[in-house]
Design a protein around this ligand. Sequence first.
Ligand SMILES: [Fe+2]
Length: 234
Amino acid sequence: MGQAAARNPEHQHWMDCEGTWFIGVDALENFPDGSLPDGTPLKGNAVEFIKEHLGALPALHRAQLSITYPGYPKPRAGEGEAAFGYRLRRDAAHVDGVKMFGDSRNRRVEEPHAWVLGIPLNLSSPQAAPLVIWEGSHEVMRRGFSAAYKGIEPEEWHLVDVTEAYKAARAEVFETCKRVTVFAKPGESYLMHRLCLHGVALWAPEAPEQAEGRAIAYFRPDLVGGVPAWLSLP
Ligand SMILES: [Fe+2]
């Protein structure tokens, strides 16, 4: 199913990094309850955890279908040397929803997500471009963004330029938090805190070649309550 979506001609604009990353936003044809057209339901411990601790499961968007291929990463289209260096050396680490705006490369929080649920769709090597997280980074990020919003009305927070605060918080995370690669098999999943700094490691040379790549579906529904909720909820 994921492989078919990646081959769909309508989705070819999502192929980037010189053919080593299918970004696949909204590419998986799941239903709002997360189930697939073949009847496979979205269920399991992570979903139960969400329902118990983070509120009812909202109507879900079509999942991002992120597939990396042997050789990842090559530069993204238009990616400069510095940004590609960051991809190579720092796993292109980011917090989801912190987006560039306007003509500058400045950033603000445009897409506050409730949580990020990753579901592996195929079996791959733990060295095949795994997700990377920095343990405890969500609290460093929370402090950093809070400082940037100090003295500003919460209704305005989505408009605040957080570029410098974000850079400083990332630097602190690299210095103080442990980098951990996350691996799961089909049938397992992982739930990531919405403020967690994360990225994708390279496809290690020792990882086996795998023409179908390593495929992960990601759900990250919008958070009701916008940036203030994004920053303050546990
Ligand atoms: Fe991400």
